[in-house]
Design a protein around this ligand. Sequence first.
Ligand code: DCM
Ligand code: MG
Ligand code: MG
Length: 227
Amino acid sequence: MTFPQEFQTFVFLDIETTGLPRDQPCVAELSLFAVNRHSLQRPAPYLSQPPLLPRILDKLTLCVDPQKPFTAKAEEITGLSNRTLEENCKPDFNSAIVEALRAFLDRQARPVCLVAHNGLGFDFPLLRTELWKVDADLPPDTGCLDTLPALKELDKATNQSYRLGEVFRRIYGQEPVGAHSAEGDVLTLLLVFLAKAPELMAWAAVNARSWGEIKPMYPPSPVSRRN
Ligand code: DCM
Ligand code: MG
Ligand code: MG
């Protein structure tokens, strides 16, 4: 990827899963909000209140049958379970979800940068693993911005917490809504981003990674590999 990159679209992303990296988790829900840089350029006006969301916002939220048991903790915090996903007839992470994802990303002005909080440690590697299971991938030059190290570096912070909910509380003095639902976490992330959008976009232009560099979280086992 050549730098600096003037990303035209930022796609905020969050994934709910059956567990943590040590559990070799599977995706159970994903949410993406795509925002053009035009709607991120204005300075955030009223930081005591969450700012208005950009009026022009594309969203994709999908539930997935993970085909793997949730850990008790993941089930508790996400409100998702194997039983309820099955009862609601949610398909697994299949080629249809890949098509939906690609079609959604193809509609956005390029270059596109995915944005996730702790994305390099969690969401991006896991998504790459899930795509690998169905012999799919994203364009290798797609940008990847992790707001966790970005916000830390921009703050030149000491030892305060950079968990998404904590950052939101510090900025807005309120509890985030819908924590551990994919859409709720994306909304929280977008509101955090809006508070520092010019700085974060400039940081991304220089520091974003490319999708092609993302190491999958774990290799698909031969039995979990499907077409
Ligand atoms: N997760 C977990 N245990 C935690 C925190 C997270 O198993 N204490 C897993 C389940 C969540 C996923 O990570 O669906 C993503 O976390 P988050 O909701 O913070 O995006
Ligand atoms: Mg998350
Ligand atoms: Mg989440």
